[in-house]
Design a protein around this ligand. Structure first.
Ligand SMILES: Cc1cc2nc3c(=O)[nH]c(=O)nc-3n(C[C@H](O)[C@H](O)[C@H](O)COP(=O)(O)OP(=O)(O)OC[C@H]3O[C@@H](n4cnc5c(N)ncnc54)[C@H](O)[C@@H]3O)c2cc1C
Length: 442
């Protein structure tokens, strides 16, 4: 079969790699100038690094297997994670149950309740019972309002902003359950996070090379304008090449693009299956906005710091060089300041300099000595499909990989559920959709 894949992120590349192994003809079309999508990289100090911070958990078994299969296993390194909560101008380490016991922002009884609630979720694998329930309601009923507001609400707000109060309990279950699963010695053990030496861009590159060396084709800086359909069956895509509209024929098409974009590329879905089409358009995303500062010295002692004060304009800092040695980046220290926002948030209109101006007073809450003189470089990255908003009735809106059009498949982050979206699950989904195409043939 001639299979055309729209999108050269890890889902599209993983699907392409599986299909080429099954002897299909594969073409990948990527709108961006480089491959990788949300895992795309850029250079700091002579080394590639992700535009958006990335790490793996031990429970990310599909990507770990793929990294090994592609001969990169020796470069997958695991480090102890160091996490903290920044609240009321104070930094609390937050990596182990013992740190929770020392968290004096809530009463001792609340700390015990927080620990027991997490343990309860870890022991319960039946997440279906949480569908339709809001995480906020469940958490308050188990740990009280104070425990919710001081610990879990900041985590929900960090990802979902104003939508935090409506997030699905099934999503929250996935977050806790899988996070503990990634601790080698259970809930009381430390957590290790994984990183691919030289960036996850190496996995992207290795997948692309395998596809090309096996006869596949990958085109970058090319946008698909339309997915072509004839009598309910997909026939290919249209794009602009050399300034001209061209049609590229295919027996099957896999779209790995955001749901709203997909709906625009296949307007026929509105009449073919109004329910499927409406679901695509109901999906909402938070945009991811990440300011990267390259510093001449460390900012903090932590890799991951959740900022819980409501006035703070960023929600998390990720100090990459407290995870991967700064020597790998020519001695430079790298900190991501992360934000997930509604598409209308005025913060998205700010330039890197304006954003920095807004952030500086709050960066001083992490290190009071911080000064602009420390900054060697600054970068700003934005992704419009950073995080699907997984509200309590979200499960009703998840569409099948099989679209109503024969031979047309959708594989995007909105279909990752109940787990939080991540490379592991995008790769697993790419592989699944490749196997659906193999079933179509047989
Ligand atoms: C801020 C942030 C932090 C993250 N941190 C982690 C982490 O720590 N660990 C982890 O495992 N995962 C993390 N993730 C998630 C992970 O990056 C994603 O789950 C994964 O990369 C999604 O891959 P994908 O292929 O499904 O989608 P994408 O990467 O979005 O790929 C879709 C591709 O389609 C292309 N496209 C769109 N429209 C068209 C068109 N019309 N024509 C052609 N191409 C088109 C886009 O340019 C894009 O490259 C993070 C994501 C973000 C945003």
């Amino acid at each position: 079969m001639k299979v055309l894949i729209v999108g050269g992120g890890v889902a599209g590349l993983a699907a392409g790699y599986e299909l080429i192994k099954s002897n299909h003809e594969v073409t990948i079309i990527e709108a961006g100038s480089i491959l990788g999508g949300q895992v795309r990289t850029f250079e700091i100090g002579g080394q590639q690094i992700e535009s958006f911070y990335h790490h793996l958990f031990k429970s990310d078994v599909t990507i770990i297997e793929l990294i090994n299969e592609l001969g990169l296993g020796d470069d997958l390194i695991w480090h102890d994670s160091s996490t903290a909560i920044n609240t009321d101008n104070k930094i609390y380490p937050f990596a182990s149950p013992f740190d929770l016991l020392r968290f004096d922002q809530v009463s001792f009884i609340t700390r015990i309740r927080l620990g027991l609630a997490a343990l309860w979720l870890r022991k319960n694998s039946n997440w279906h019972k949480y569908e339709g329930i809001k995480a906020q309601d469940w958490i308050i009923s188990k740990v009280g309002r104070d425990g919710y507001e001081k610990v879990w609400e900041p985590l929900l707000s960090a990802k979902f902003g104003a939508h935090a109060s409506n997030v699905s309990m099934a999503w929250f279950w996935g977050k806790i359950y899988l996070r503990f699963a990634s601790r080698d010695s259970g809930i009381f053990g430390g957590e290790q996070l994984g990183y691919l030496r030289g960036s996850f861009g190496r996995l992207v590159e290795r997948l692309a090379n395998k596809i090309i060396s096996s006869g596949g084709e990958i085109k970058t800086s090319m946008s698909v304008n339309n997915i072509l359909i004839d009598e309910g069956k997909v026939t290919g895509v249209s794009t602009i090449e050399g300034g001209k509209l061209v049609n590229i024929a295919a027996d099957a098409v896999i779209a790995t693009i955001p749901s709203g974009v997909f709906a625009k590329l296949v307007p026929e879905l509105a009449s073919l299956d109004p329910d499927y089409f409406a679901k695509l358009n109901r999906i909402q995303y938070q945009w991811a906005s990440v300011l990267v500062l390259v510093l001449d010295r460390p900012l903090s002692a932590y890799y991951w710091m959740t900022m819980t004060d409501k006035d703070c304009p960023f929600v998390v800092t990720v100090e990459h060089t407290n995870f991967v040695p700064h020597q790998d980046y020519d001695g430079k220290h790298i900190v991501y300041f992360s934000n997930y926002t509604d598409p209308q948030d005025p913060i998205l209109d700010l330039s890197p300099d304006e954003l920095l101006e807004t952030y500086v007073p709050y960066i001083k809450r992490i290190n009071v000595e911080f000064s602009r003189d420390w900054i060697l470089e600054k970068w700003l990255f934005v992704d419009r499909a950073g995080q699907p908003i997984v509200h309590s009735l979200y499960h009703r809106d998840i569409v099948s990989h099989h679209s109503p059009v024969h031979g047309l498949y959708l594989a995007n982050t909105t279909q990752i559920y109940p787990e939080d979206r991540g490379q592991n699950y995008s790769i697993r989904m790419g592989q699944r959709v490749a196997s659906l195409i193999n079933e179509q043939v047989n």
